[in-house]
Design a binder for this molecule. Structure first.
Ligand code: DIG
Ligand code: MN
Ligand code: MN
Length: 389
């Protein structure tokens, strides 16, 4: 089936090796799919029309690989990229699978673990840069606690800051063209994870030595797990100039991290997210950090990947329609009307402005009586999404 919703490189759709390579293990069940090699996964992604592929160091190079094995794996991976035209926009470090990181990596209570995590991350940064990555993600999946008796939360933040400062200095020292994107998650696999939301990450970034090198990588599922509006988190990151990357998927509220296909649960919030990204001209990767249902074989995995991209493109077209819908735009015009009568009180403070505002009189009752027609506006939006407009 070919139609206007076919992915093209300019859409910048990317997947991690760990997404389409997910073999379906879960806390209550064994794998359901045979593992595919990184090279096979690159070809699978090329087949479905992806633009790029991302990886954790150990998705590509096993943690116990010899230098010779590493070189062979990287050579073969580069060849697959060459053959398919896929690129590597982002890389990251696995600081959560190996038992060494059972109590965290960069915030571990064990200084040897913290030092090993730094060493592993420097090596992984080298690997990512070698393969073309310009964004480096930090997801602190194990940076947290089950009992707050174990770690001083302020001390943990200090350790995190020291590590990120060290690693931004490493990037500067190496002369790499690389920016960091910090990814928040409130819990799982730890009972509580430090820096749990995108908002917390934005505050943390301002305390770093090189905040200009560090942004965020918000993930739909993770903000939803915290019960938050994902579009608002993305908008705050964008407005702060910190939306360096984004992890798209879907997630029911109040559940474990489901990492569902994009748009599989909350179509309306997915619509407003796509509309925001397209309206503001976000130029980064549309990275699907998601995986297929455990019920699927690899044909189902391809359906999953195609579905992520198709839904994004369908919602992008819906956003264009919404922006051009005469009735919706007329309503917005009415709702946002500004007769300029309050212009004198907008913008920066001045003593004269404050004095004049004090003298202004307001009909408070009238202010509260105006009907805003949001029911009409939202119903028109729903009908457009349902395809009857
Ligand atoms: C989980 O949401 C995390 C890890 O998969 C990875 O470190 C990061 C990259 O997008 N997302
Ligand atoms: Mn997730
Ligand atoms: Mn993610």
């Amino acid at each position: 089936m070919t139609d206007q919703y076919e992915p093209r490189p300019e859409h910048k759709f990317t997947f991690g090796l760990w997404t389409v390579g997910n073999i379906g293990r879960d806390p209550f069940g064994e794998p359901v799919r045979q593992p595919l090699s990184p090279v096979e996964l690159v070809h699978l992604l090329a087949e479905v029309g992806a633009y790029g592929v991302n990886f954790h160091d150990n998705d590509l190079v096993p943690i116990d690989a010899t230098p010779a094995e590493r070189d062979r794996i990287v050579r073969e991976f580069k060849q697959a990229l060459e053959e398919t035209g896929l690129v590597v926009p982002m890389a990251t470090t696995n600081l959560f699978t190996d038992p060494a990181f059972k109590d965290g990596a960069l915030t571990s209570n064990d200084p040897r673990v913290r030092a090993y995590a730094l060493q592993k991350t420097m090596n992984a940064i080298d690997l990512g840069v070698e393969l073309g990555a310009k964004v480096y993600v930090f997801w602190g999946g194990r940076e947290g606690t089950e009992t707050d008796a174990s770690k001083d939360p302020a001390g943990a933040i200090k350790r995190y800051r020291e590590a990120i400062n060290f690693l931004t200095e490493y990037v500067i020292d190496q002369g790499y063209d690389l920016r960091f994107a910090l990814e928040a998650k409130p819990n799982e696999p730890r009972g509580d994870i430090f820096l749990p939301t995108t908002g917390a990450m934005l505050a943390f970034i301002e305390t770093l030595d090189h905040p200009e090198m560090v942004g965020v990588n918000p993930e739909v599922a993770h903000e939803h797990m915290a019960g938050l509006n994902f579009v608002h988190a993305v908008a705050q990151a964008w407005e702060a100039g910190k939306l360096f990357h984004i992890d798209l998927n879907d997630q029911a509220f109040g559940r474990y991290d489901q990492d569902f296909r994009f748009g599989a649960v909350n179509l309306k919030s997915a619509f407003f997210l796509v509309k925001f990204l397209e309206d503001v001209g976000y130029e980064g990767s549309r990275h699907f950090d998601a995986h297929a249902y455990r019920t699927e074989d690899y044909e189902g995995v391809k359906d999953f990947a195609r579905g992520c991209m198709r839904t994004y493109l369908i919602l992008k077209e819906k956003a264009r329609q919404w922006n051009e819908d005469p009735e919706i735009q007329a309503l917005l015009e009415e709702i946002r009307a500004d007769d300029g009568s309050m212009a004198a009180y907008q913008g920066a403070y001045s003593a004269d402005k404050a004095a004049a505002l004090r003298a202004e009189t307001f009909d408070r009752v009238a202010l509260g009586q105006r009907g805003l027609a949001y029911e009409r506006l939202d119903q028109l939006t729903v009908e457009l999404l349902l395809g009857v407009r």
